[in-house]
Design a protein around this ligand. Structure first.
Ligand code: OGA
Ligand code: NI
Length: 360
């Protein structure tokens, strides 16, 4: 798919700021064009023929779009409904209550609330506020004791006490779904189904966010979240019925509208790197034109913090066709662990926090 993305990215800055030009390439109101894949055969486990078929669908989706919808995941509707209610209740609180769990208070764990404009995904402030969560680790965990960034306790709001259990249950459920989808990804690459679960995601980096995007005025520029790719292996996104998510394709931007009961799944930079570019992490962005706040729930299942992710030997040479990446970055040039990569990214989108937490 990235043939078009390349042509498109040629004239853009390092940050992929493509305002104006891209708006013209948007297909307003276009229907959903991304494939829907039933992952029930993977969720149930066992390498049987239906699983192989699912893996073929995943391969086609990853090669063509880097994005697909998943059904058959088994996450109870009630869990997401309650999480949505609790999330909306939190964002409706007075600003000073929300700031009671501001990210600055999360310290090195990098958890908590940030207000609208607090995150700069593509070098400019995003039109969204949000809550950052991750694996809940107690203070006596060795990694927390060692002061490893992004590890620690979550910050939960006292005003919405049910959010804690809901978030922790959601992390468990989505980790399970993500591992199943990764089993399909592994099969799609000719690997053992448990390649990830026994390796990169045996002790995964798990990040979860709840975002609230205020409505964007129709004629204003600016993005809820600017053009970017995700950093790790796999993202599973739940979104409310507002719409506004757009995905880069060779023909320009297409909408990824809400499809009830599904998650939008996309691959991140580490799968791109692992496959030597055979699977590409696909740029996407959000503008909320619904006229009301938009809630979304991105969940990230990523390699262990200290894992290095070199290209698979079989893919190293075959995958890359020399296409330039959307932001000009060469993923192969990076050396270090996934944690190093993630920290580099997060420091860019939260520059103030880098100064306070990492450099301080
Ligand atoms: C992200 C992302 C999309 C959304 O968090 O990486 O692309 O709809 N989110 O919030
Ligand atoms: Ni994203």
């Amino acid at each position: 798919m990235a043939g078009g993305a390349v042509a498109r990215s040629e004239g853009t800055s390092q940050h992929g700021a493509t305002e104006g030009k891209d708006t013209a390439m948007t297909h307003p109101g276009s229907s959903q064009t991304l494939p829907v894949i039933d992952v029930a055969p993977l969720v149930k486990g066992g390498v049987v023929p239906p699983q192989v078929q699912t893996a073929q669908q995943i391969q086609a989706a990853c090669r063509e779009h880097g994005f697909f919808y998943v059904t058959g995941h088994g996450v109870p509707t009630a869990l997401l409904d309650e999480l949505t209610d609790a999330g909306a209740e939190f964002f409706a609180l007075p600003a000073q209550d929300k700031m009671g769990i501001a990210m600055e208070r999360g310290g090195r764990a990098w958890r908590g609330y940030f207000p609208v404009g607090g995150e700069l995904t593509s070098g400019k402030p995003d039109l969204k506020e949000g809550l950052y969560f991750g694996t809940e680790l107690p203070d006596d965990d060795p990694r927390v004791q060692a002061g490893l960034p992004l590890h620690g306790r979550n910050l939960f709001p006292a005003q919405v006490p049910r959010l804690r259990d809901l978030v922790l249950a959601y992390l468990d459920e989505l980790t399970r779904v993500g591992q199943s989808v990764l089993a399909g990804v592994a099969l799609s690459l000719g690997l053992d189904a448990w390649y990830f679960a026994d390796g990169y995601t045996a002790d995964p980096t798990v990040l979860f966010r709840i975002f609230s995007y205020p409505p964007s005025p129709p004629d204003a520029g600016g993005w809820g979240v600017g053009e970017h790719t995700d950093y790790g292996l796999l993202t599973l996104l739940a979104q409310d019925d507002s719409g506004g998510l757009q995905v880069a394709t060779p023909d320009g931007w297409v909408d990824a509208p809400p499809v009830p009961g599904t998650f939008v799944c996309n691959i991140g930079d580490m799968l791109d790197r692992l496959t030597g570019g055979w699977y590409r992490s696909t740029p996407h962005r959000v503008r909320n034109l619904s006229g009301r706040p938009r809630l979304s729930f991105p969940f990230f299942l990523d390699p262990g913090f200290s894992d290095e992710v070199p290209p698979l030997p079989r893919r190293a040479a075959s995958g890359d066709d020399g296409r330039r990446r959307w932001d000009g970055q060469d993923l192969r040039a990076f050396t270090g662990s996934y944690g190093d990569y993630l920290l580099g990214k997060v420091s860019k989108v939260f520059p103030q926090l880098r100064q306070d937490v990492l450099d301080g």
